[in-house]
Design a protein around this ligand. Structure first.
Ligand code: ADP
Ligand code: MG
Ligand code: ZN
Length: 278
């Protein structure tokens, strides 16, 4: 398996579903609602691979299903259907949706990292910045205090959090600092894959640029693969060589970012390109 991760026919229905939306060809609707039962078809027929060290972009308008895809990959949501294979577990032979709870936690705590737009989802606000990063090593089974502290501090230094702020609580951090700590927390276990869900969504443009720079240099330095979700084609263009474009829960286009931007096959993709680049 050359790819790190293979996602096959991923589907997520919010609600009970019915024969129509749970079947192989769920009905299409612009508001993502199954016309028969009213359940939300948040994503369906999503297929993609992630290769070592790459940053794969997922772009699409709000409500197109991007976060749902990441939530299913990180097991925050239970996928309705589909399979995922990951190279680091049983050589990529085992469907991750069939893992026992313990192995699933290992994936979340060690192999995969995640960074959310909303820092409240990614950080424990009752624990200091350094405590947040250390926590992930503790749940991964590390016990030696000095080793933990050294790794935490060197990573916080790498993400450029000033040492005088290590012991502060996340609520006292700026938005940019909160994202830096989330990134350090994701990285501390040496994951093979990091999932980023609009990590710069709520930030000022200048702060956003610095965080995007950090993400790009970390990806080059550490060769960690990433899936970057954004509604902003400019962000995606900066970081991702390859993208998939989602609309109403479906992948409508995929390929090299330059090709998709220069020669979008879908009118929808053209709109996304023009709404953010010009
Ligand atoms: N927990 C949830 N329960 C019900 N519907 C949801 C939930 N999360 C998302 N949705 C719906 O699923 C669709 C896709 O949402 P989402 O994955 O958040 O898209 P995006 O991240 O692209 O904005 C939307 O119609 C959204 O309202
Ligand atoms: Mg989202
Ligand atoms: Zn239905």
């Amino acid at each position: 398996m050359n790819a790190i991760l293979k996602v096959q026919n991923l589907k997520k229905i919010y609600g009970r579903g019915c024969d129509d939306c749970l079947g192989t060809n769920p009905p299409y609707s612009k508001d993502n609602k199954c016309p028969t039962c009213g359940s939300i078809i948040a994503c369906t027929d999503v297929n993609f691979d992630v290769y070592p060290g790459e940053i794969l972009g997922i772009v699409g308008e709000s409500g197109s299903g991007k976060s749902t895809v990441l939530s299913c990959l990180y097991f925050n949501q239970q996928a309705t259907d589909g399979k995922i294979f990951y190279r680091g577990i049983e050589g990529g032979e085992k469907d991750l949706f069939n893992l026992n709870a313990q192995t699933r936690r290992q994936l979340q705590n060690i192999h995969f990292g995640i960074v959310y737009q909303n820092p409240h989802l990614g950080l424990n606000f009752n624990v200091s910045g350094e405590g947040n990063v250390a926590e992930r090593l503790l749940v991964a089974g590390k016990r030696n205090f000095n080793t933990i502290q050294n790794s935490v501090h060197s990573l916080l230094e790498r993400v450029a959090l000033s040492p005088s702020r290590y012991k502060d609580f996340p609520k006292y951090y700026s938005g940019g600092m909160q994202q830096r700590v989330q990134i350090a927390k994701a990285l501390i276990s040496n994951p093979e894959l990091i999932l980023l869900d609009e990590p710069t969504g709520g930030l000022d443009v200048s702060v956003q640029a610095k965080i995007l720079d950090l993400i790009r240099s970390i990806s080059r330095e550490l060769k960690v693969a990433m899936i970057m979700v954004s509604h902003d084609m400019q962000v995606i263009r900066l970081l991702c060589k390859r993208i998939i474009v989602m609309k109403h829960g479906r992948v409508v286009e995929s390929g090299l970012t330059d090709r998709v931007i220069d020669d979008p096959k879908e009118a929808y993709t053209q709109t996304l390109v023009h709404s953010t680049i010009q």
